[in-house]
Design a protein. Structure first.
Length: 336
């Protein structure tokens, strides 16, 4: 395992801010809030591909991608504890929480019943009440699925990273049904493979990223904006914008090596798991409190609430992690 890459931590910090912004309105966005609808479409062309790229990059640096077959069962058990267990536990918490909290406060996307909610959470992706944490489920299968592809015989050091890339492109091309998040896996596996490859290429790849990040960022803004305007098919945009976002966003955060912004991104990156798991709960509670306080959930009211919801979605999970979860060793480990 190599030394910790702070640029990856900062990149995760930036990416988790994008995740929180994408979750602000959930399925309860008021009709006519056009600016957020446009921003939402543009954001979802690239931010989760970038997160998956970071996971692939980290998998290569951590040594997971180099793990011998004899260690795969142990590795699978660790990945299940790290990814599947939080997903399952949060699925239970969110379904039960939404169902019972709806009796006393405003809740978006309330399940018809506990069993219906659990069925949707673990099978019916289109109606899943925990769709906001699909990444954990998908990352488990993508990361383990890459291992045998990296071990195909007869391939050189560079060529061994090409089969995961090829399989990822095939999955993207054919697509998969909206069952057990298979569609999310098909749409994002290729970006994990890109992360593996870029990490393998190392310093030369980073020099290229540092040279092209600004034109890539401008191109990303143009393409994401065109998608939001309906000029580019959204699924095609996911592949194109997701690819362009890799040098654009990684290069952007590499500009911040020191100073307030760098420190803030690093701080957020180190709490990204807790934020990812709990931001929608915090946002939902903040929204319910605002509505209870008399804020009309109109386009204007929701727009004025955006800063409050962002602060709640970012800082409340961190506070919960520091003040509560760290006191319970098992929960602390699950949310690191």
């Amino acid at each position: 395992m190599g030394e910790r890459r702070l640029d990856l931590d900062r990149a995760r910090g930036f990416a988790i801010l994008l995740v929180v912004f994408g979750h602000l309105m959930g399925r309860g966005r008021p009709e006519g809030m056009d600016w957020y609808a446009v921003a939402f479409v543009a954001l979802y062309t690239f931010h989760m591909p970038f997160f998956m790229y970071l996971s692939g990059f980290t998998a290569r640096l951590s040594g997971m991608a180099e793990a011998p077959p004899s260690s795969w069962p142990r590795l699978a058990a660790r990945r299940a504890e790290r990814l599947l267990l939080p997903f399952v536990l949060m699925g239970l918490v969110i379904v039960l929480g939404k169902y019972f909290a709806s009796k006393v406060m405003h809740v978006d996307a309330v399940p018809q019943g506990v069993l219906d909610g659990l069925f949707d959470a673990f099978w019916n992706t289109a109606e899943s009440p925990v769709i906001m944490i699909w990444y954990l489920w998908v990352l488990f299968f993508v990361s383990l699925g890459a291992l045998p592809l990296l071990r195909l015989p007869g391939l050189g050091p560079l060529a061994r990273y090409l089969p995961p890339l090829a399989v990822g492109l095939v999955l993207f091309a054919i697509g998969l049904p909206e069952v057990m998040y298979f569609n999310k896996l098909a749409d994002h596996a290729v970006f994990f493979a890109v992360g593996l490859l870029v990490a393998f290429l190392g310093a030369p790849a980073m020099r290229l990223v540092d040279r092209v990040w600004l034109p890539a960022l401008l191109l990303l803004v143009l393409l994401a904006g065109a998608t939001a305007a309906g000029l580019i098919d959204r699924r095609l945009a996911l592949l194109v914008c997701g690819t362009v976002a890799i040098p654009a966003l990684h290069g952007l955060v590499r500009r911040f090596e020191r100073g307030l912004v760098a420190d803030a991104l690093l701080f957020l990156g180190r709490y990204s798991m807790a934020i990812y798991l709990f931001n929608t709960i915090a946002i939902g509670l903040a929204k319910a409190m605002l509505i209870k306080a008399g804020v009309a959930w109109t386009p204007m009211g929701a727009t004025l609430a955006v800063p409050v919801l962002m602060v709640a979605g970012v800082l409340a999970p961190i506070a919960g992690k520091v003040l509560v979860l760290r006191r319970v060793r098992a929960l602390d480990r699950l949310t690191d």
